[in-house]
Design a protein around this ligand. Sequence first.
Ligand SMILES: CC(C)(COP(=O)(O)OP(=O)(O)OC[C@H]1O[C@@H](n2cnc3c(N)ncnc32)[C@H](O)[C@@H]1OP(=O)(O)O)[C@@H](O)C(=O)NCCC(=O)NCCS
Length: 327
Amino acid sequence: MFGFGQLIQILKKSPKKIVFTEGTDPRILEASSRLLASSFLSPILVGSESAILEAAEECGFNIRGAHIVDPEKYERMDEMIEMFCELRKSKGVTPEQARKVLSQANYFGTMLVKMGEADALLGGATYSTADTVRPALQLIKTKPENTIVSSCFILVRPSATGDNEVLAMGDCAINIKPTEDELVEIAMETAECAKIFGIDPKLAFLSYSTLGSGSGEDVDKMRNAAEKTKKRVPELPIEGELQFDAAVSPRVARTKCPESEVAGHANTFIFPDINAGNIGYKIAQRMGNFEAYGPILLGLNAPINDLSRGCNAAEVYSMAIITAALA
Ligand SMILES: CC(C)(COP(=O)(O)OP(=O)(O)OC[C@H]1O[C@@H](n2cnc3c(N)ncnc32)[C@H](O)[C@@H]1OP(=O)(O)O)[C@@H](O)C(=O)NCCC(=O)NCCS
């Protein structure tokens, strides 16, 4: 069952370095001071050293020992520019353009990961999702076996007995209108991520229809994606298309699809598009008492994740551990 203890154990065996692109943000500074008090994850703060130290002092956080990297004074900048131009050569980027782009912390931080100076990156405390994710898409790129970068959320409902309820939901944050084949990839990646968090995945491809009760091209898309995913990973329990009530309620499942082994017990949800996914995870978070961890980016060549701009320091700390443990 999901617990930060296991992720921290992974990091203790193999300590990592994580870049925070918003080095002066009080939430980043608070999370960094917590990380610095342990020895499993070292923060690298991007920004001007004097501004970061001043902000930390003002907020009362001890960040002694933090590695601060200022893009304006970075000693490997020429090497970084050369690598950037090589990575973006299909776009005809000039060294002057590269220098300008790399003065922005989101691009600079992503290149620190690319150059091996850091293992992971967490941004988005002030940057939008698009501005955090775009440098990763352009520079880190998808793994060779993937065609897209997607994302999932891990939702945890704490229980007094310690037997937390843990669910996975994808893709609630990146692909706006995934195709049938992209949904297959999202489902397979989300299931793999679910396993890392202790979920034994039972996948529901969600729709407004249950096994043909409704019709329309979006229904066909979810049904076809479910069928294709079953063929790709026959060992996984998969059902689709399913309405959400049929997916999670054994009583409704008995009425709507009694033959299904997934219906009524699904724990890994694949949404038809980002509207449904983003609204869906937020309903679970705001009205269902689930803690939401994510979006966890899937299919990228290195672990880079995005924070919600409404996040607090505890969420930054948790996401840093999740991100680095995935490295
Ligand atoms: C992810 C997102 C930012 C990418 O859009 P974009 O910046 O307009 O991207 P572009 O189409 O300009 O593509 C930029 C690069 O990323 C690549 N790319 C875009 N989407 C990709 C994906 N899902 N997977 C892999 N690569 C992708 C493109 O191929 C392109 O590569 P290139 O520059 O080397 O040719 C966009 O899909 C988006 O805004 N998604 C929703 C984010 C959001 O608001 N979420 C809700 C809040 S959590």
